[in-house]
Design a protein around this ligand. Sequence first.
Ligand SMILES: Nc1nc2c(ncn2[C@@H]2O[C@H](COP(=O)(O)OP(=O)(O)OP(=O)(O)O)[C@@H](O)[C@H]2O)c(=O)[nH]1
Ligand SMILES: [Mg+2]
Length: 288
Amino acid sequence: MKRGFGKRLASIFNRSVQYEDFFEDLEDLLIEGDLGASIAMEVSDDLKEFCRKNRVSSQNELLLEMKRMLLSWVTPKQLKVEDPPQVFLVLGVNGVGKTTTIAKMAKFYQNQGKQVVLSAADTFRAAAIDQLELHAQRVGCRLVKQKPGSDPGAVVYDTLQSAIAKQDDLVLVDTAGRMHTKANLVKELQKIHKVIEGRLPGKPCRNLLVIDATTGQNGFQQAEMFHEAVGIDALILTKYDSASKGGTMVQIGKKLGIPIAFVGVGETYEDIREFSSDEFLDTLLGLT
Ligand SMILES: Nc1nc2c(ncn2[C@@H]2O[C@H](COP(=O)(O)OP(=O)(O)OP(=O)(O)O)[C@@H](O)[C@H]2O)c(=O)[nH]1
Ligand SMILES: [Mg+2]
């Protein structure tokens, strides 16, 4: 399925590469596709060089060369559940799809025979706990919660106690995407970390950052902010079904070196895929 950015990218490749303005158009399109100005320039320059050195006989050859370049920047990461209880802290600004992704991941790991518990640590937004509880009921896993407004660290502590007692394999922690200030959000996350380190010493939790594919360029700033605050182990790209662009992931991968674990491709529990660089770039570049 060729769509959006990929389709337009493929269509400029359909013009002859002899056109003087071809590489300028390409650079503009890559910037529009959220790869950022510096990467867009680098890709465009390298492709120009490639054309100079090689006898390029088809646009497809150029597209494939571009894919080859981008492949080194988007890295897949398989998130294994080892040494139970494994803790995944799911982070991201509000509305990116954290809670939905947690429900999908719960199902994904349950299908692999893992016992999952959800931790309702988004105590900031009033309806968040009920929303997660409904998901827990639907996918059939346990949930640990406290009252709205309670301390997220305390909720996580309770969840870990419960996970140890019930011998759960995986703890998925839902976090608030919004706080009164950014500093508050960061402080809150660092507090949750301390709780986990204190209760499960030597068992690092994985910090997973959810990025909404429809957000565009702003996703990079989000990644930078969270990475600096707590260190991000892997990304989850959501709404890739409704977004025509995912170029931000290339930018995050190249500049911050963060790998990608999952891609959300819809609103049902089954709509989650382990990240594949090949599939992602084929869609991004309109090669499929
Ligand atoms: N199409 C599509 N929609 C998605 C995907 N993931 C999440 N959504 C939708 O995005 C909306 C927000 O999802 P939530 O899971 O509530 O997002 P959140 O990050 O938990 O939001 P807050 O708790 O408010 O910070 C919901 O309507 C979801 O159904 C996806 O992969 N594809
Ligand atoms: Mg939520």
